[in-house]
Design a binder for this molecule. Structure first.
Ligand code: ADP
Length: 553
């Protein structure tokens, strides 16, 4: 059976039964139908440091697939099976890629969250609300210019674009306001995908409605003719935008195939944003469960680093253990094997590619958090290949690696991994941040490049160097840095696989995201509005009269 067939065959528990596992009574949830609910805020529960936080991250993504969400879900089920009160905290999938490339964000095989169709489609409407709020702000900006432009906004320096949750490359660059005096002021504009909106990052870093409103008011929307930043607070619309997000801020509760509670909320990009589910979702899970499994987007160099340096200072809790997901296939790909030959045993290629895993394990260890490796097993992997990785992790890195078969067997495929994670997470925390909060933006970028990517240094291209001076003058140089880099390589060149050395990272532009509270450093050509492939997944989808969906994964 494929992912969607397995999920359609699942018998889900009523959502109150899942809430009961977290001691949430009927007054504390708002059901959306029979098997989904929003959790009302604030949540009581126990102090978050009484719980154990497990971060799942991975090697660099490859076309071979790594299965981070699959392992996150499977590990959550395994922890429940060994008797731990567990909750999983995941991101909400973006609809754009669902119609484009096959592959959702609800796990796979027998390690999935359900109802997978709903979660991958409109779910509880959070992304639609975000899209509306984002575009409402865009409309208010253009209306302000139309109605006399009291704030002296320079239409050529508006940095707040529009968004849609659709992969639509034709909207990357647009011209708006055509049609004469009554149809707005013409200017160049463009669309990003909803998950790239700063509002998404803000929603995921907000602690409550007041914090959400405060962060929204700090968003820089553009500059005046004399280059002064203009914020949402100048436009006086933070209240209205917060109103549109009053339900989207509440975390969503669903379940795994094995009925483990899963809190799924928010989904910022892991390149131009920080790539983790909301602070409120993770905090809620930590208050209500004893073990919380969560993940960061892309590899440990992006989602992992950002979880540690951007999310944990807001959350107020650092991970107690890191699970690094690797696959035999992806490491062979890193070792130079083409995609169509990954099913043949090749220990030499595995040996050549395992350096990618080494680099990521070591970077996560720098935070002082114990690391355990999960080898996510595909059916074509041989016992020798799996054993090679287990031995290599022990001998080269001194870490435990486990043959993880959650895709085929659900939670039972990760029992030993779960026991090792519990043991690791029970150690007292020795967390240390990568950089001090007061360090300069350049020092922060250099810390990330040298300690996480294994590169030499950061090189600021002329525009970025100029911006750095302005940002310092604006008082923005103490904020954390969010690196927007390709996910495929540790360097800024997607083709450099394995563990490249002797490279610099070129930053071409800095973008202030003051509502989110970080400065984005753009490297290479990071797309914020994806396109559809030649054969979009949409071509294979259908629905029958009784509502059964086919071809969605
Ligand atoms: P990631 O979180 O790393 O993007 P996912 O967990 O979403 O990856 O998995 C991506 C796809 O790979 C899913 O369709 C899933 O079913 C598939 N997959 C994951 N692990 C395995 C496995 N061990 N064997 C076969 N397919 C797998």
């Amino acid at each position: 059976m494929n992912d969607i067939e397995i999920s359609q065959a699942a018998v889900m528990s009523p959502i109150q039964d899942i809430a009961d596992q977290l001691d949430l009574n009927g007054d504390q949830i708002e059901p959306y139908g029979a098997v989904k609910a929003k959790i009302k805020l604030p949540v009581a529960g126990h102090p978050i440091d009484q719980s154990h936080l497990i971060l799942v991250t991975s090697i660099n993504p490859t076309p071979a697939g790594e299965g981070k969400s699959t392992v996150t879900v499977g590990l959550g089920d395994a922890l429940k099976q060994i008797g731990k009160k567990t909750a999983i905290a995941l991101r909400e999938p973006s609809l754009g890629p669902v119609m484009g490339l096959k592959g959702g964000a609800t796990g796979g095989g027998y390690a999935q969250v359900v109802p997978m169709e709903d979660i991958n489609l409109h779910f509880t409407g959070d992304f639609h609300a975000l899209t509306e709020a984002h575009d409402t702000l865009a409309a208010l900006i253009d209306n302000h210019i139309q109605q006399g432009n009291e704030l002296n906004l320079d239409p050529r320096q508006i940095i707040w674009k529009r968004v849609l949750d659709i992969n639509d490359r034709a909207l990357r660059q647009t011209v708006i306001g055509l049609g004469g005096r009554t149809s707005g002021v013409p200017r160049q504009d463009g669309f990003d995908i909803t998950v790239a909106s700063e509002l998404m990052a803000i929603l995921c870093l907000s602690r409550n409605l007041s914090d959400l409103k405060q962060r929204i008011s700090q968003i820089v929307i553009g500059y005046t003719y004399d280059k002064q930043p203009v914020t949402v607070s100048d436009l006086k619309v933070a209240g209205a935008l917060t109103v549109l997000l009053k339900d989207a801020i509440k975390p969503n509760l669903v379940q795994t195939l094995d009925h483990t509670p899963a809190i799924i909320h928010g989904g910022p990009f892991a390149n131009i944003a920080h790539g983790c589910n909301s602070v409120l979702a993770t905090e809620t899970a930590l208050k209500l469960a004893d073990y919380v499994v969560t993940e960061g987007g892309f590899g440990a160099d992006l989602g992992g680093e950002k979880f540690m340096d951007i999310k944990t200072p807001v959350l107020g809790k650092t991970p107690d253990a890191v699970v690094l997901v690797a696959t035999v296939r992806a490491l062979k790909y890193n070792g130079g094997v083409p995609k169509d030959q990954l099913e043949t045993e090749n220990l030499a290629a595995l040996q050549a590619g395992v350096v990618n895993l080494h680099r990521h394990v070591r970077s996560m260890q720098q935070y002082g958090v114990p690391v355990v490796v999960a080898v996510n097993r595909f059916t074509s992997d041989t016992d020798q290949e799996i054993q090679f990785l287990i031995d290599d992790c022990r001998d080269t890195l001194g870490v435990n690696a486990f043959d993880t078969t959650v895709w085929a067997h659900g939670g039972q495929g990760a029992t030993r991994l779960a026991e090792a994670v519990v043991q690791a997470a029970d150690q007292p925390s020795t967390f240390k941040p990568l950089y001090e909060p007061q360090a300069t933006l350049t020092d922060k970028m250099n810390a990330i490049v040298t300690k996480i990517y294994g590169g030499r240094k950061v090189v600021l291209e002329p525009k970025a160097a100029r911006q750095l001076k302005t940002f310092a003058a604006n008082g923005w140089d103490h904020l954390p840095v969010c690196m927007a880099k390709t996910q495929y390589s540790l360097s800024d060149d997607a083709k450099k696989l394995g563990a490249p050395a002797d490279f610099d990272i070129h930053v071409r532009e800095l973008v202030p995201k003051l509502g989110a509270g970080f400065i984005v450093a753009l490297t290479g050509n990071v797309l914020t509005m994806p396109g559809l492939p030649k054969h979009p997944a949409a071509l294979d989808m259908d629905i029958t009269e009784d509502g059964t969906i086919t071809g969605l994964f």
